[in-house]
Design a protein around this ligand. Structure first.
Ligand SMILES: *Cc1c(COP(=O)(O)O)cnc(C)c1O
Length: 382
C-alpha cells in the first residue's frame, strides 16, 4: 500500500508564479490591470482566438454569456446533464429552461445527433461540453446551430490546450475556459471568454465590470475618460492581476503539462487494459489533441459486485484519492424535485453517472504513482 496519500488532482505551481505574485503585491496595483491585459493577449495568442476576456471564473463567463444574449423566461437552452452544475444553475436562475441532451456512452459528449431532436422554436442557445480534455465533434454542431440560427457556446472548462482538426478550442466560435485549481492550468480561480464575435466580446467585457466601458486601471493609470458611465447594468466578474500572473506562468508551461498528462494517461490505459471491471473512456477518432484534463474510468458494478461509491471509499482507505465528474445534474436533489425527469430519460448519462470515477492525474505525478494506483485498484477488486 502507498505510504502517502495521492490526491486525484494537484496544481503544478512553481517558484515562477510565486515570485510573480509577490511582484504584483509589491507593485501597488493588484486588481485588474496590466498583468490581466498581458494574460488576455497571451491566451488569445495561444488559442489564436480573435477576442479574449479574463474573468474570475468560467461560471462568471457563463452568466455573462446568458446576460449578453438576453436569455430569460420562455427561452430554452440545450446542454448535457453530464456537466458541472454551474451552467444549469445559471440557466434556471435566468428564468430559462434547461433541456438536457444525452451523451455518447463512451466519450461522455453530446453530438449534433443527440441535440437536433431537442430543438424547438424556443431554443436560443446550445452549450455543449468538451469532456475530460477531449474535443467535441464541432463541425456537425456548428452546421446544426447555423442552419437553425441558434447561438452555440462551448463549455471549454476541460479543454485548455485541446485541439480539434489542428486548431485550438477557442479559435472559432465562442468558448468559455476555467482556471479553477483542478483544471489543466490555474489562476487560483479564473476564467476566459473567447469569441470570434467582436460584438459579443465587447458586450461581455463591459458586463463583467459594472457595465462601464472601461476598467478602473484604464481610468486611473491610462487616464482614459475618468468619468466613465454605466452603459448598462453589469456585474463584478473581473480577474485580478495577482491571479493573472499565475495564469501567465501556467500558460507558459501548459504544453509541457499536457505532454506529461498524456504520458500518464497512456500508462493507465496500458495497465488497465487487462482489468475487466474497469472501462476507461474512449478517445474520439477524429483529428484532435487531447489535453487529458481527467482520466475517467467506469466501474463495471455488476462484475465488481460493489457500487462506485464503495470503490472510491476502498481506494481512499488505500491512500488513493479519486474524483467524480460528474453526478448528472438532473439526478441531484433540486433538479430531481423540480424537473422530475422520468428514470431512463437520459440512459447514457444515468448509466455513467452511477459508474464513473476520475483517477489521480496531474503533471507532478510520477509514472510509478500510476502503477501504485492500478495496483490498489486490483487489490480492491480482488
Ligand atoms: C470547472 C467547470 C466549470 C466551472 O468552472 P469555474 O471556473 O469553477 O466556474 C464549468 N463547466 C465544467 C464542465 C467544469 O468542469
Amino acid at each position: 500500500m502507498r505510504s502517502s496519500f495521492i490526491p486525484f488532482s494537484k496544481p503544478a505551481i512553481s517558484e515562477l508564479e510565486i515570485q510573480a505574485v509577490a511582484e504584483v503585491l509589491r507593485s501597488g496595483w493588484i486588481t485588474t490591470g496590466p498583468k490581466t491585459a498581458e494574460f488576455e493577449a497571451a491566451f488569445r495568442g495561444y488559442c489564436n482566438a480573435e477576442g479574449a476576456v479574463a474573468l474570475c471564473s468560467a461560471t462568471a463567463g457563463m452568466h455573462l454569456l446568458l446576460a449578453a444574449l438576453g436569455i430569460g423566461p420562455g427561452d430554452e437552452v440545450i446542454t448535457p446533464s453530464m456537466t458541472w452544475v454551474s451552467t444549469v444553475n445559471l440557466i434556471v436562475l435566468a428564468g430559462a429552461k434547461p433541456v438536457f441532451a444525452d451523451i455518447d456512452r463512451d466519450t461522455l459528449m453530446v453530438s449534433a445527433e443527440t441535440i437536433a431532436p431537442l430543438i424547438t422554436d424556443h431554443t436560443r442557445l446550445i452549450i455543449p461540453v468538451h469532456f475530460a480534455g477531449a474535443a467535441l465533434d464541432m463541425d456537425p454542431l456548428r452546421r446544426l446551430a447555423s442552419k437553425k440560427n441558434i447561438h452555440l457556446a462551448e463549455d471549454a472548462a476541460h479543454a485548455v490546450g485541446t485541439e480539434y482538426h489542428g486548431e485550438k478550442i477557442g479559435r472559432h466560435g465562442s468558448a468559455i475556459f476555467s482556471f479553477h485549481p483542478i483544471k489543466d492550468m490555474t489562476c487560483g480561480e479564473g476564467g476566459m471568454f473567447c469569441s470570434d464575435d467582436s460584438d459579443l466580446v465587447e458586450r461581455v467585457r463591459r458586463l463583467k465590470f459594472h457595465g462601464l466601458g472601461v476598467d478602473a486601471y484604464d481610468r486611473t493609470i491610462q487616464g482614459r475618460s475618468p468619468q466613465a458611465e454605466v452603459l448598462e447594468p453589469g456585474f463584478k466578474y473581473n480577474l485580478t492581476d495577482m491571479a493573472a500572473v499565475i495564469g501567465l506562468g501556467q500558460l507558459g508551461r501548459l504544453d509541457r503539462f499536457i505532454e506529461k498528462r498524456a504520458l500518464l494517461a497512456r500508462r493507465y490505459q496500458a495497465l488497465l487494459a487487462d482489468v475487466d471491471e474497469i472501462l476507461p473512456l474512449a478517445v474520439p477518432s477524429y483529428p484532435m489533441r487531447h489535453a487529458w484534463h481527467l482520466f475517467i474510468v467506469r466501474l463495471d458494478i455488476e462484475r465488481a459486485g460493489m457500487s462506485r461509491d464503495t470503490f472510491m471509499t476502498e481506494l481512499k482507505k488505500r491512500n488513493i484519492g479519486t474524483g467524480l465528474h460528474f453526478k448528472a445534474v438532473h439526478m441531484q436533489k433540486y433538479y430531481r424535485e423540480t424537473l422530475r425527469l422520468p428514470d431512463g430519460a437520459l440512459p447514457a448519462t444515468e448509466w455513467n453517472s452511477e459508474r464513473i470515477c476520475s483517477l489521480p492525474l496531474f503533471p507532478d505525478m510520477a509514472l510509478e504513482d500510476v502503477d501504485s494506483v492500478v495496483a490498489a485498484i486490483k487489490k480492491v477488486l480482488a
